[in-house]
Design a protein around this ligand. Structure first.
Ligand code: FMN
Length: 411
């Protein structure tokens, strides 16, 4: 067997699906949290947020070497997990959760939905609207994760139509049912919520508190609160809601993690002083991870490290390029985020340059990373999920148009 095919061969499935009846029945003791939930010795974790397409093994690993303590997986839908089988990848020393799809000409392709390192802390985030499916779907992964998080904040039509994500904020009984069922897994169960709607800020606070307390009653171990409602734009700062942090901490008897507009160590400190148990960072971790680390590395060095990890973990090129584009592109940030990251944290490459690159060789060449070409082999790589480069180019093209217009006027 050659190297490329042995890389993609998975050994016998692990014994992970043999969860005992006893552990199914015993809920975690919330008084012991967060220590059982968190890696040893960490009492105020900096958490890498769940980010679809981005929070895969390479970025999670990178975050752990840049002062982050605990990564969440990207959201994975319960039904997708149920279509997967777990196996040990002896070439990469990872556990791979993969499903198959049939290609044209009858060829079967195996797609890895979740790749994880046995030694690495991980919270699995799932998207679900079914208590039964949620518990079934996580069973094989239980020995490999610290906890299970339920996405109760995603505002995307796909989630809402399926009754998942932020739709659960409007179906509190179903949300409760999901937590109640997942608690039977024996793992700590958390939820990541947005704020509920309300006619003023006090009502928003109270509605959210009631919703969370309803989940606490059935065994929720930890809550992450994204300080936005479903109607708030992610381009507008949510820091006006920081007054809610200490109130949530006082009013809830489980650890509270805060999420939203954390761009710097100062932001982390400010939130810590309000008494919560940790802080979760999404866009600040993607576009500004260097701001949190102690390594003194610049953006392009960090991307170089990311590329090395993508090669090490055999990440799909299209996914790798997508994440690199997210890292150098500031289109998702608030004005404050842009300002904070703008001064020190820029890649010397443009979006156009990265979009122009079509393979690992080109991308590694751009960022000065050594690349040894291997025989092409697509099976068992991380999930590909196609996107269009135009998606990233729009902002840069708009900028170019503005500059051209200004030049015309000046002339
Ligand atoms: C690229 C991207 C993907 C995301 N995917 C998820 C996801 O899978 N699950 C989830 O709960 N939130 C997801 N979010 C929302 C973030 O986790 C976070 O709640 C939001 O971006 C606010 O945090 P921030 O201000 O630190 O970015 C995503 C955000 C981004 C930017």
């Amino acid at each position: 067997m050659d190297e490329a095919s042995s890389r993609n061969t998975t050994a016998a499935a692990s014994s992970s699906s043999t969860t005992s009846a006893a552990s199914l029945l015993s809920a975690p003791n919330i008084d012991e949290l967060p220590p059982t939930y968190l890696p040893d010795g960490v009492n105020f974790p900096l958490i890498l947020a769940p980010m679809v397409r981005c929070s895969t093994l390479p970025l999670r690993t990178l975050s752990l070497s840049h002062s982050f303590h605990l990564p969440f997986s990207e959201e994975i839908i319960d039904k997708s997990l149920l279509a997967c089988t777990l196996s040990y990848n002896s070439f990469l020393n990872t556990y791979d959760f993969s499903k198959t799809r049939q290609l044209k000409k009858g060829k079967i392709q195996s797609i890895c939905i979740l790749r994880l390192l046995p030694s690495q802390p991980l919270i699995l985030q799932i998207g679900t609207s079914s208590p039964q499916l949620s518990l079934l779907s996580v069973q094989p992964l239980l020995p490999h994760i610290l906890g299970i998080d339920v996405n109760m904040g995603c505002p995307k039509p796909f989630s809402l139509k399926g009754g998942m994500g932020a739709a659960l904020l409007k179906t509190p009984e179903l949300a409760r049912g999901i937590i109640m069922e997942l608690v039977k897994s024996g793992k700590p169960v958390s939820a990541k919520v947005r704020l509920l709607d309300g006619e003023n800020e006090d009502v928003i606070y109270n509605n959210t508190l009631t919703f969370i307390n309803n989940l606490v009653k059935v065994g929720l171990s930890l809550i992450t609160i994204h300080l936005r409602t479903i109607n708030d734009s992610s381009h507008e700062s949510c820091k006006k809601r920081y007054w809610m942090i200490s109130k949530f901490v006082d009013d809830l008897n489980i650890p509270v993690i805060i999420n939203g507009d954390v761009w710097s160590k100062q932001d982390v400190q400010e939130i810590k002083e309000k008494g919560c148990k940790g802080v979760m960072v999404a866009r600040g971790g993607l576009s500004g991870m260097v701001k949190f680390g102690e390594t003194g590395k610049g953006k392009d060095e960090l991307i170089g490290d990311y590329l090395r990890l993508c090669l090490q973990f055999d990440n799909h090129f299209i996914n790798t390029k997508y994440v690199v584009l997210e890292m150098i592109n500031f289109r998702r940030l608030t004005d404050e985020g842009k300002e904070i990251l703008d001064d020190t944290d820029k890649s010397k490459f443009t979006v156009k340059q990265v979009c122009g690159v079509k393979d690992y060789e080109g991308l590694c060449g751009l960022f000065g990373v050594e690349y040894v070409k291997e025989k092409e082999e697509e099976e068992e790589k991380g999930v590909e999920r196609k996107y269009d480069d135009k998606y990233f180019l729009k902002d840069e093209e708009k900028k170019d148009e503005k500059v051209a217009k200004k030049q015309k006027i000046d002339a």
